[in-house]
Design a protein around this ligand. Sequence first.
Ligand SMILES: C[S@@+](CC[C@H](N)C(=O)[O-])C[C@H]1O[C@@H](n2cnc3c(N)ncnc32)[C@H](O)[C@@H]1O
Length: 466
Amino acid sequence: MIRSFFLLSSASLLLTIGVLRAQAPAAPANIPYADARSILDVLRSDLLPPELRAATPVERQAIWPDWVARRDGDIRARLARADEDSLLNLLLLGTTFTRHPRVTDLAAVRTREAALERLAGRLDDLADALTSPRDERLRFARDVILGRGIDATSAQGKLQIREYLLGILERVAGETEGFARTAAAMSQLDDPVARLALSATNYRDRGLSSDTSLVPNFAVDRALDDLHAAGRLRPRSIRRVALIGPGLDVIDRRDGYDFYPVQTIQPFALVDSLVRLGLAVPDGLQIATFDVSARVNGHLEAARERARSGRGYLVHVALGGRERWSTELTAYWARVGMRVGDAAAAAPPAGSGVRVRAIQVRPAVVLSVVPQDLNIVLQRLDPLAPAERFDLVVATNVFIYYDVFEQSLALANVARMLRPGGLLLSNTLLTELPGLPMARVAHTDVVYTDTAVGDRVMAYERTGSW
Ligand SMILES: C[S@@+](CC[C@H](N)C(=O)[O-])C[C@H]1O[C@@H](n2cnc3c(N)ncnc32)[C@H](O)[C@@H]1O
């Protein structure tokens, strides 16, 4: 059904002729026109970028390298907007730099007057904390401010910080309202395929957030378990894994904890699941992470550097006090990390209702995670020898930031890196195109809260030769 919604009615597919490549170490390479063509030829024209839609096939081929380069710049520019969103979350929700109460309701600070009244103390405290930032989170905030040419140490700078943050607040509040309107309109759509399609690209105009939390890892854990039980994943068969967009919990949109250091969770939670489920043995597992965010990649590089001198990586897993979490998620929370590290001390803020565990991940596990800058929409590792291809690719809360055309390019890039029979797990419903050797073979539904908030993880298999 999804297919017919997006395809040209009389699509003619061209065979892509494989080009022999000399073997060299795999490095990020832009998606060639030949691969893009298998998408351009079959996707409905209104889903194509205007400049490609209007062009003839010959013109498309000529402009393709420039289009890719420009699009890569556009995508990376979206990171700055998300940094501002994280800075705002820190202002509203952080507890370590201020004693003023958290503001969890954006609508309550929608007007400038309300914002100044509710946030004046927090704004002052944050501006003060930025004069000599004492941790990675505050250094991140200072860097965002510096990037706008604001000197946090001057009196003038403090006023500028206030105005800058109020401006971000206004933008985010407007976007959130628009987002709620779109969601409401979407729920009214009669056509379930159109509804699914729209929700799969929900964040296509948003900043590229690095937000991450525990819950998608529970969803992936359950999906892996199902695939194992169904015989689609054999014991000890996973050796090479690609994790697209591991994310960085600078300050999470949902609950906004800042009582633990900035962290990434997914690489370690994924190793934990694979080992616990018997799908991988720890010594033989390699996790390549691909991300466009220098902050995410740099954070993982720094963790590797510390691991080289024998230091582990501290991960906190938290369940907020505002939700009633499902029994299954709570059970996952209680066990996650035990296969990759040892329990460490953790203390949530008194009275917050947050449940938290900390795990000191072993240096060897940290060193099995290798970060790389790669834009999955436009790039893949190339050339990749058959033995270097991935058994499994995981991407949660990444593709939703892109439109259908970009998602299809990403799917082509994933297909080029997976071994035949290898699987992609994603919680975004992707369009299956006849020109791409990726087929949806399974899905797993999970429930996070007792109000049935949950997720669906789809498994796409790399089929045939391409
Ligand atoms: C919202 S976070 C999700 C983090 C984690 N996967 C999760 O589900 O909690 C999105 C992550 O994907 C990365 N990302 C977004 N677009 C990307 C792209 N085109 N290529 C690679 N990484 C991308 C972001 O930088 C960020 O790390």
